[in-house]
Design a protein around this ligand. Sequence first.
Ligand SMILES: CC(C)(COP(=O)(O)OP(=O)(O)OC[C@H]1O[C@@H](n2cnc3c(N)ncnc32)[C@H](O)[C@@H]1OP(=O)(O)O)[C@@H](O)C(=O)NCCC(=O)NCCS
Length: 284
Amino acid sequence: MSTGYHRFDGAGPDQLDAMRQLSGRLWSWSSRWHPGELAWFWCEHGGPDPAWRLAHWRHGERVVAWAWARGGRLDLQLDPAHLALTAQIAAWFGGRAVTVLDAETGLIGELARHGYERQEDGRFFAHLRRPLGADLPAPAPPPDGYTLRPVGGPEDAAARAAVHAAAFSVPMDDAAYRGVMRAPSYRPELDWLVVAPDGTPAASALAWVEGEIAVLEPVGTDPRHRRRGLAAAASLAALRVARDLGARQARVCARGDDGYPAARAAYEAIGFRAYARNVRLVRR
Ligand SMILES: CC(C)(COP(=O)(O)OP(=O)(O)OC[C@H]1O[C@@H](n2cnc3c(N)ncnc32)[C@H](O)[C@@H]1OP(=O)(O)O)[C@@H](O)C(=O)NCCC(=O)NCCS
């Protein structure tokens, strides 16, 4: 029996385009995904990993769902008008763990019918927001000798990669960051860098603007330079440019549990407040 849905597999640029289309069309505060962060997650490791499984579904021409399976768990987005597609997505995935936003109640109900139940393991990501109105503070001047500035272009890729690698203890090189810079909707004026007195990169914050919403992803400070206001300054600088580009609200994700409070505290210190959280569903 034809259901009118067509699935498209693969990890080419068309897949990212389809995912971004859907996340842009469905954006609301009840939606887990923003197109900007999808571009970041796609590019942060230097491009698609051969171990990823990806698909999107169309109904006619319209993208109505996508699914991204990595490391045995699934991230997905499904148009609430097409919840019937859940069965096909669950069958395509076939795995155990799915992450959703707590506000995606229709999807959570459908996944429950396919055996996926909420399971807490103590860790979760919170979604935080703040308005980008006239009260958005200007960044405080960085401590003596530090410089706050936007990224210039590919010539800054090595410094951006280095500070990201140091902040998150992950590998990232110049070539991978050049990939980020080629991502759809990347703009160097939204990518801010703090340089230490010795010329090495100390902190950074990257914002992505689509329509009236900006997301910060990622923000990081090299452990040798923490608690000097650098993440706050870089984030506020990026958010002020986002506001100039038309963004009216900003959203960010951070660990919401007490196992890693630093990031949430840093965002709360510049006015973000939690409004939703991710939940983990596991198949019985
Ligand atoms: C989270 C992180 C970016 C903060 O960077 P930072 O430059 O040290 O932050 P700031 O100095 O700008 O902090 C501003 C305020 O945030 C809060 N804050 C920051 N780190 C904190 C911590 N470890 N514990 C409690 N509050 C903290 C404080 O209110 C701080 O002001 P104060 O120092 O005057 O008390 C940094 O710890 C980091 O890179 N962590 C790893 C990467 C990460 O988790 N990034 C965020 C998720 S994308």
